[in-house]
Design a protein around this ligand. Structure first.
Ligand SMILES: C[S@@+](CC[C@H](N)C(=O)[O-])C[C@H]1O[C@@H](n2cnc3c(N)ncnc32)[C@H](O)[C@@H]1O
Length: 207
């Protein structure tokens, strides 16, 4: 079996999947930042399962990078995954990998998550997407966007506002949080140790 097909196949087995072995589905230039900026494959699989279970949800990955969470999620659950990514080249890489392997139920949008209507989704993933604005010199993804602390605070406020506006029942998965709190009408419903932190699922409860 070709190595990249074998890497994708490895997701179907219950054993832990090695990130270096799995990451060969992306060009090497896209995985230079894998350890720090992209979700570990085991965590993506565990988190997607915790978020979706056996349901068919419409999931938005806020800041999808090269698409690692969405691709693993689409291959291991029944849900539909949309990634939104502000960096065009990362979005194009994610689209190319999904297309090359004919991965279904996944799509990637280029743009700022703040400009997207989140009400089209029932579930969300937040892997600390705005952190780079606080540590701009610590292994940056690239220099294609301006990094500034005030942007971190603006994006956290934007996310809080979006979470407030969503209807009861929505589910949100975090890994390393998102930099802010959850509105008071969200409850933590699941939490498991994973990777270098926890995967945590929050849901908005009825008033
Ligand atoms: C920590 S990486 C996570 C990538 C992906 N979710 C994963 O888990 O593999 C965060 C990503 O969010 C993107 N990002 C940050 N702020 C964004 C925004 N406001 N709109 C869209 N993308 C954003 C960054 O460019 C980066 O690729």
């Amino acid at each position: 079996m070709p190595p990249r097909r074998a890497a994708l196949q490895s997701l179907t087995r219950p054993q832990s999947v090695d990130d270096d072995a799995f990451d060969i589905i992306w060009p090497a230039s896209a995985t230079r930042h894998s350890e720090r900026h992209w979700t570990p494959v085991d965590t993506a699989r565990q988190g997607a399962r915790l978020l979706c279970g056996n349901q068919q949800l419409r999931v938005l990955d806020v800041g999808s990078g090269v698409g690692k969470f969405c691709i693993v999620g689409a291959l291991t659950t029944r849900s539909h995954f949309t990634g939104i990514e502000q960096r065009l080249h990362l979005c194009q890489t994610a689209r190319a990998v999904a297309s090359e392997h004919a991965i279904e139920r996944v799509r990637f949008l280029h743009g700022n998550a703040g400009n997207l209507d989140w009400s089209a989704f029932e579930a969300f993933y937040l892997f600390n997407p705005f952190q780079e604005h606080l540590n701009p010199y610590d292994d940056p993804i690239d220099d294609t966007i301006p990094l500034a602390e005030h942007r971190f605070h603006a994006y956290v406020r934007m996310t809080y506002g979006k979470l407030m506006s969503l209807p009861p029942g929505v589910r949100v998965l975090t890994y390393h949080g998102y930099g802010g709190r959850f509105p008071p009408d969200y409850a933590c419903v699941a939490r498991e140790r994973s990777g270098t932190d926890f995967v945590t699922v929050w849901t908005k409860v009825e008033p």
